[in-house]
Design a protein around this ligand. Structure first.
Ligand SMILES: Cc1cc2nc3c(=O)[nH]c(=O)nc-3n(C[C@H](O)[C@H](O)[C@H](O)COP(=O)(O)OP(=O)(O)OC[C@H]3O[C@@H](n4cnc5c(N)ncnc54)[C@H](O)[C@@H]3O)c2cc1C
Length: 376
């Protein structure tokens, strides 16, 4: 019998596993894929995450690029370029390599990892979980659903599913700019959403998501147009579609001896689609709660939900900004993105120096006064 079984070895699952093992718990992580495995994701990650692992290991081998330069465009024109003033640049990671690296860190702490193992059902009886796979069954005191946006665990555990938004990645091998490499963000080309393009070691990786509405974007032609603006041959590119479970308000993230972490719990920023950092944070918080529960602390899992609601109380402002910004992106670009302080604030948000709640009122006011004729 394991102390805990974690289903899913993405960043949220491996973060939970790492922290639980470090506290001396026995942990089994199961993943249906063969690792390293592909995950549709553009891989931008705040270096802030290193502190949650007490700088115990060096993330450098898992980082593909580090970037400070940011470029914004509106319908491929009206370009603004800027530099992040944060202490550390933003990391770009390749998810197959990064996720396998994080699993290795957890294995070094003593977890058991089994890939190629699809969880087909879970049952709770006699105060423990039974986890079924086609090959064998496993038992544990606690269960963690870390199976991402498309995994079945949340529904099996009785949680309702928030609306999924359709995202896509376009991976394109091409020559890259050297010194000039930047984090590129494009507004206006994708209705009700945005596009972004980051350099990786073998080409560009582009991402797109709609934050509002029900339209199904024609990603083939949108990415082709965006790729051409970088001088890349879109014929060489490959599209990977993947849904996103964006945060949609505070709700319980725990049930009887089980918790949801990462995207299984919709722990994804609804303004930026950032899921890596929040997922790893939720893993750390879930491990603290499960460890406390194993020590006999009553209501320990409720404290996990409470900790993530604190995160949610701040992130609700991101949701409010998104719901106004993506309705009137042209105004948003003019009165928000083009402001010289925009990149500074974005850097501070990524570095954890400020929170959405610190800037939301000003941003929302600016967006609403932007409607007024003659105001900018
Ligand atoms: C287009 C796009 C671009 C994105 N770009 C960024 C970005 O630049 N930066 C950022 O921070 N976030 C980004 N995200 C979000 C980010 O990719 C996710 O939020 C993040 O991967 C969630 O991590 P996770 O550990 O919760 O789940 P995942 O990484 O999805 O891992 C879940 C794991 O569970 C396994 N699994 C599922 N079902 C089962 C089962 N039944 N049995 C066993 N295993 C199972 C899967 O194989 C998988 O390995 C992007 C998302 C999309 C769609």
């Amino acid at each position: 019998m394991f102390d805990c079984i974690i289903v899913g070895a993405g960043p949220a699952g491996s973060s939970t596993a790492y922290h639980l093992a470090q506290k001396g718990c026995s942990v089994l992580v199961l993943d249906k894929s063969s690792f390293p495995r592909y995950k549709s994701c553009t891989g931008a990650l705040s270096p802030l995450v290193a502190q949650w692992f007490d700088f115990d290991f060096d993330f450098d081998p898992a980082i593909d690029r580090k970037l400070r330069r940011i470029r914004y465009t509106w319908k491929l024109g009206d370009e603004i370029a800027s530099e992040l003033q944060t202490q550390d640049p933003i990391w770009i990671v390749k998810r197959d390599w990064f996720d396998a690296f994080m699993v290795q860190q957890a294995i070094a702490q003593g977890i058991t990892f089994q890939d190629n193992t699809t969880v087909t059902g879970v049952d709770f009886s006699n105060s423990h979980w039974t986890v079924r796979t086609p090959q064998e069954t496993f038992q544990s005191h606690y269960l963690v659903a870390a199976d991402g946006a498309e995994g079945p665990l949340a529904e099996w555990l009785g949680f309702s599913t928030p609306k999924l938004r359709q995202g896509a990645v376009f991976q394109i091998p091409t020559e890259l700019p050297g010194e000039d490499a930047a984090l590129n963000f494009e507004f206006g080309l994708l209705k009700n959403g945005c596009l972004w393009c980051f350099p990786q070691s073998q080409g560009y990786i582009m991402g797109g998501i709609t934050f509002l509405g029900r339209n199904q974007p024609d990603y083939n032609s949108i990415f082709a147009t965006y790729a051409n603006s970088f001088g890349a041959d879109s014929q060489l590119g490959q599209i990977y579609r993947h849904p996103l479970k964006l945060w949609d308000g505070n709700r319980a993230l725990h049930t009887q001896q089980a918790v949801l972490v990462g995207e299984a719990g919709a722990i994804v920023d609804p303004l930026s689609a950032e899921g890596l950092r929040p997922g790893m944070y939720s893993g750390m918080k879930a491990a603290e709660a499960i460890h406390a529960a194993l020590q006999g602390e009553a209501d320990a899992l409720a404290s996990y939900t409470a900790a993530m609601h604190e995160w949610g109380n701040n992130i609700q402002w991101a949701q409010r900004i998104a719901s106004v910004f993506f309705r009137v992106p042209g105004i948003g670009y003019r009165v928000g993105i083009k402001r010289p302080t925009m990149t500074t604030r974005m850097g501070q948000l990524l570095a954890g120096e400020i929170q959405y709640s610190d800037i939301a009122n000003r941003v929302l006011k600016r967006l609403s006064t932007g409607f007024l004729p003659g105001r900018s």
